[in-house]
Design a protein around this ligand. Structure first.
Ligand SMILES: Nc1ncnc2c1ncn2[C@@H]1O[C@H](COP(=O)(O)OP(=O)(O)OP(=O)(O)O)[C@@H](O)[C@H]1O
Length: 590
């Protein structure tokens, strides 16, 4: 069986490119969020710098009566009020715009990932496991959601704040402007770089531990009943707790690293502000810079740091986002093993099935070895044989959940691979051993394969399969909703429910995997009689372990170790003392 091939890991930008492209439809909203963020940061810088200047200028003006009387107090105080208002409004508007944009982006990302992995279903996805898959779809997509709000916006705002602050200072004293640009750039890069360098290994490990913990937790909760019954739950809980501690230790280390980088940033902040103040004071003495502007420069640099404080976290997030993108890319770029043409490449002459020389191996272990099988139109065929012989695998091949390694499968003379997915699906009705029930009314669950069927037919089908009493017990009849996973039905009821769904479909070929397993003899006979009646004009293949059922089939085929070891009319084989079927009857003393 061919495997899905994950793509190799690439650079950060290449990994993130598909998700950056998803931002395009919401660019206006996202750009508004960014602009409002800038307004808030610029207002902060303006507010603090202007306040500093205002205080010191007022102080200087108050030194003599002449200057005190001409000093304009109104304009700067109006400026302070303006900046205070624009800062609040900018922050509020930025939150609204970025959250709206992020939520819209998130819904696009989920859809994109879902659409990408859907064609992998079910063959390639079976290998990943449902808990791992659900973790990827939730945790990884959520991590990607941080790309805009916690990585891009803080980085762009920081870069623009550095430029803005340096230009503002440079207008008064060009040399100090250059110093501010250099000092702020070093502060912007050094702290976050340290956080990233010292934290990325731990972030990687944290993410791995978190994913495996979530997956294990889900799996163990699903199998809680079995684990409790076998007295394993205590050990499992301890194992889960120990993994959680391991993950939390990593998180603590990450927080410490982040704290270190914050400390470094604060240190750099102190140095930058002190340096800018010292230079401004020197410039004021030697180049006549107005003394009141010294405070403006120092406080302006201090305020610009507000924009830089988010950077260490942004760099840490970037690592997380990159890893999430890589995992989702590997998942969505896996090449589907099963490909369907968009349209039928040929029209089957009828519904006759023909398998020739079919071979299949799982992980190098042969499961089917040169299987030849024919199913005439309207024929009812029973597949029997020891467990693990390959019977269910034959169903998986017919429904193209997997493709064979060699040999051909045809319907009406046309290879199954020449049919579109819709065309193939409408030819087969399938009831598998495990019946999936969806969060919808029982009516909608039953009409999965036949949307137009009326309630009367549904009720008749349920009655015929011995589910009439069960239906009458449902508070709202067919409008009732099942509990999650169908837990409100017993195992036997769930199986018959799945059988009803398959029989209600109009598909010309019916595949049933052990339809009467777990039923008492009386119900089992009633169910099989109804199955044959429903399939009177349809082809039927049923996997069964009940030899009592065989007489009603036209033919039975015994599959053992991936080979068909006997085939023929059940009655004739039963009468032949040398047949494998007779041997099976003798073993079971029927
Ligand atoms: N996805 C898989 N990966 C690896 N091996 C598999 C997979 N599915 C089935 N097998 C193996 O293939 C063999 C045939 O399995 P299959 O389910 O077809 O047997 P079966 O005859 O239907 O058995 P049963 O009567 O118990 O349902 C078994 O050895 C099984 O372990």
């Amino acid at each position: 069986m061919s495997e899905s091939r994950p793509s190799p890991a690439r650079g950060t930008l290449a990994e993130l490119a598909p998700y950056l492209a998803e931002m395009r439809p919401h660019l206006l909203l996202l750009a508004t969020g960014l602009a409002l963020n800038l307004v808030a940061v610029a207002s902060s810088i303006g507010l603090i710098a202007l306040s500093g200047w205002f205080l010191s200028a007022s102080a200087f003006a108050g030194l003599s009566v002449a200057t005190a009387t001409v000093f304009n107090y109104m304009l700067p105080s109006a400026g302070v009020r303006l900046f205070a208002t624009t800062r609040t409004l900018g922050r509020y508007g930025e939150r609204v715009a970025t959250h709206e944009g992020t939520l819209r982006l998130l819904s696009r990302l989920r859809r994109k990932v879902y659409l990408a992995i859907e064609p992998l279903s079910p063959a390639a996805l079976q290998r990943i496991g449902s808990s791992e898959l659900s973790t990827r779809l939730t945790a990884d997509v959520d991590a990607l959601d941080a790309l805009y709000v916690r990585v891009l916006v803080p980085s762009l705002v920081a870069a623009l704040a550095i430029v803005g602050c340096a230009v503002l200072v440079g207008v008064f004293a060009p040399m100090i402007g250059v110093f501010v640009a250099v000092a702020l750039s070093i502060s912007a890069l050094l702290g976050p770089w340290l956080a990233w360098r010292r934290g990325s290994r731990h972030a990687d490990r944290w993410q791995r531990l978190d994913t495996s913990l979530r997956a294990r937790l889900l799996e163990r909760l699903e199998t809680f009943a079995e684990l409790s019954l076998y007295g394993r739950w205590g050990a499992e809980r301890d194992e889960l707790l120990s993994r959680q501690r391991e993950r939390d230790d990593e998180q603590l280390t990450l927080a410490r690293r982040w704290g270190d980088s914050q400390l470094l940033s604060q240190l750099l902040l102190g140095l930058s502000v002190t340096g800018a103040l010292a230079l401004a004071a020197w410039w004021s003495i030697h180049h006549g810079l107005n003394a009141s502007l010294v405070a403006l420069i120092g406080l302006g640099v201090l305020a610009a740091f507000e924009a830089l404080m988010m950077l260490p976290q942004a760099w840490q997030e970037l690592g997380k986002v990159n890893r999430a993108a890589r995992r989702l890319n590997q998942l969505s770029e896996s090449v589907p093993t099963i490909r369907f043409p968009d349209h039928d490449l040929a029209e089957p002459s009828d519904q006759r099935l023909s398998l020739r020389g079919v071979e299949l191996a799982y992980d190098g272990h042969p499961v089917l070895r040169g299987v030849d099988l024919e199913l005439a139109v309207g024929e009812h065929l029973a597949l029997i044989g020891p467990s693990g012989g390959g019977k269910t695998t034959l169903f998986n091949l017919l429904t193209r959940f997997i493709d064979p390694d060699a040999g051909s499968l045809r319907i009406g003379g046309v290879p199954l691979a020449s049919l579109s997915e819709a065309s193939l699906r409408k030819r087969f009705a399938v009831a598998l051993q495990e019946v999936q029930i969806f969060s919808a009314t029982y009516r909608d669950n039953l009409r999965l394969g036949a949307r137009d069927i009326d309630d009367r037919s549904l009720i008749e089908m349920l009655e015929a399969l011995g589910l009439g009493g069960w239906l009458r017990d449902q508070p709202e009849g067919l409008d009732s909703w099942p509990d999650e996973g169908g837990s409100s039905l017993s195992g036997g009821q769930l199986r018959r429910f799945g059988l009803a769904r398959a029989l209600l479909s109009k598909a010309p070929i019916v595949l049933l995997d052990e339809p009467t397993e777990g039923l008492d003899r009386v119900t089992q006979a009633q169910v099989m009689a109804h199955v044959h009646a429903c399939c009177r004009n349809r082809s039927l293949i049923a996997i069964t372990h009940r030899l009592q059922d065989l007489d009603a089939f036209d033919r039975c085929v015994i599959v053992d170790q991936g080979r068909i070891i006997e085939a023929g009319a059940p009655r004739a084989l039963a009468l032949d003392p040398d047949s494998r079927l007779s041997a099976l009857y003798r073993e079971l003393r029927l």
